[in-house]
Ligand binder design. Structure first.
Ligand code: SAH
Length: 227
């Protein structure tokens, strides 16, 4: 899978996409992430990428021309499945969407900044708008990093234990069961006996019932939520 991210603050994307599972997936050749600085496509000597909004509202707006130039350059090089704009008024991101996007080959993610982007970008160049939640951030970079992380860890082979991503919360609309590691007894705080029993059938029954119980208690509407 290849992801191209368009941003005016590339520095914001450096560390979240260069460590841990995402880093290993890139090293294994499972994912490629290319970060493009919109400013490199800016207008004039000052590489201008933003301007005042028509109508006189406060704040700056990312201009259409530099964004158009990058997107059309990329689209000449390969076919993109989606051109995504990270936006607080987009469709709310969830595990189902992550699963779906992890099966795509080429994605473009556009990060807005300041007041947002010229609306014609959204009308003519964007195929999908995604929000990571009902709150407003300063830029689309952290949302884009969240999207990349959640998608890339789902690519088969990205996590060494193949089944591990499938047993995470939200797959099957269930929360994950609790996990424990050594020591089995810490100051009298004990790991549930069943996990030490060595009986795989009993263990998986316990995990399943914990999943159901935790989902009922913590997220009773999971899977039934009407976004
Ligand atoms: N004026 C806009 C907010 C701009 S915030 C509005 O009121 O809707 C600046 C940029 O941050 C946006 O262009 C978007 O790319 C990103 N952003 C902010 N909050 C976000 C969220 N919840 N999900 C995804 N992207 C977000």
């Amino acid at each position: 899978m290849r992801i191209d991210i368009l941003t005016v603050v590339p520095e914001l994307l450096e560390s979240p996409l260069n460590y841990s599972i995402v880093k290993r997936a890139k090293e294994k050749g499972l994912a490629e992430i290319h970060i493009h600085n919109i400013r490199d496509y800016g207008k004039g000597n000052y590489k201008q990428v933003d301007d005042y909004p028509f109508g006189g509202e406060a704040g700056m707006v990312i201009m259409i021309e530099p964004v158009y130039n990058i997107i059309s350059k990329l689209q000449k090089e390969r076919v993109y499945d989606e051109v995504i704009y990270m936006s607080p008024d987009g469709e709310i991101f969830d595990q189902k969407m992550a699963n779906m996007l992890s099966c795509r080959h080429n994605l473009i993610l556009l990060c807005g900044h300041y007041k947002g982007v010229d609306h014609r970008i959204r009308e003519h160049l964007i195929t999908k708008e995604i929000s990571i939640g009902d709150y407003v951030l300063s830029g689309g970079e952290l949302p884009a990093a969240i999207l990349c992380d959640s998608i890339i860890r789902l690519i088969p082979g990205a996590i060494s234990d193949e089944t591990s991503a499938l047993s995470d919360s939200f797959q099957d609309n269930l929360l994950a069961p609790p996990v424990y590691t050594r020591p089995a007894d810490f100051r009298g705080w004990k790991v549930p006996d069943v996990l030490l029993s060595g009986n795989p059938k009993l263990i998986s029954q316990w995990q399943e019932s914990q999943s159901l119980e935790r989902t009922k208690k913590l997220r009773p509407n999971l899977g039934k939520e009407d976004y």
